[in-house]
Design a protein around this ligand. Sequence first.
Ligand code: ZN
Length: 342
Amino acid sequence: MDSFEELAVVRAEALAALEETENIAALRDWEKAYLGRKGKVTLQIRAIGKLPPAQRPAFGKEVNQVKQELAVLYAEAEKSLKRAEIARRLAASAVDVTLPGRPAISGHLHLTTQTLRQIYAIFAQLGFEVYESPDVELESYNFDLLNIPAYHPARDMWDTFWVDDKRLLRTHTSPGQIRVMRERTPEPIRVILPGKCYRYEQITARSEHQFYQVEGLAVGRQVSMTDLIGTMHQFAELFYGEGRQIRVRSSYFPFTEPSIEVDTDCILCGGEGCPICKYTGWLEIAGAGMVHPVVLENGGYNPDEWSGFAFGMGVERPSMMKYGVEDIRLFYGNDLRFLRQF
Ligand SMILES: [Zn+2]
């Protein structure tokens, strides 16, 4: 075999071997085997010197052509193997757009907000609008103007968070009565005053230091106790269920005269007696009364011409009764396991 034939064999072998390479690593080995420092084609080039001088130019030209040819094929093979590799990796990490998505968790209204909105809707039917008043209140609005002067023993009914000498966190929603009266006088009024109240009190299963109240106020030329009782009865039926009975007990609040407490027959036992109603058959739903003449006057209404009724009720308490929640602290404890139930 002369050197030309040998070169043809090497070339044929190299072309066949290149067909077999399936990945980059095998391609690198192929390059080493033929074009590397000790590769078969390289050795052919080195052997030129051993040929008879007359053969050298022709063989040299031939072997260089083979080397060029293989180098070009190598570069092409490398390119296509790399492309295949990228395609493989993309296929492995591909996103399957046909898979069903994970549903987003949607929140819902807090139980207190739900109850408040229910109460708003009921009183809206009865012709009451919502009137909001501030959480930080003047001492005079929270107490003095509601007929609770500094020396009055009734001040002890409300333990207070003071902001400074004159301002406090409202202990009840009643200061809104003065605000709305001063704003609306001399027009008739029918509003509910919802909001958070704050009391410096021991936190227990039955009392929180902050809680919601809804207060109601109706002022007109001939508003009477009968209107108040009728309103309370309607509310009891709309909120606690049809056919509810109410009863009225006499009570005391500094800003109403006379004052009453309103009970409904127990929503759980219907009056038979159960732990919720403490076996009395009745549940207290509101404190109420006819607006005290002093309060009417402080609001800018002449008590000789005007009269009014007012009532106040909790918001957490009715939810507790309705859903059998035994601990008021659960409402604002931020435990989602509790909140998600409603
Ligand atoms: Zn009961």
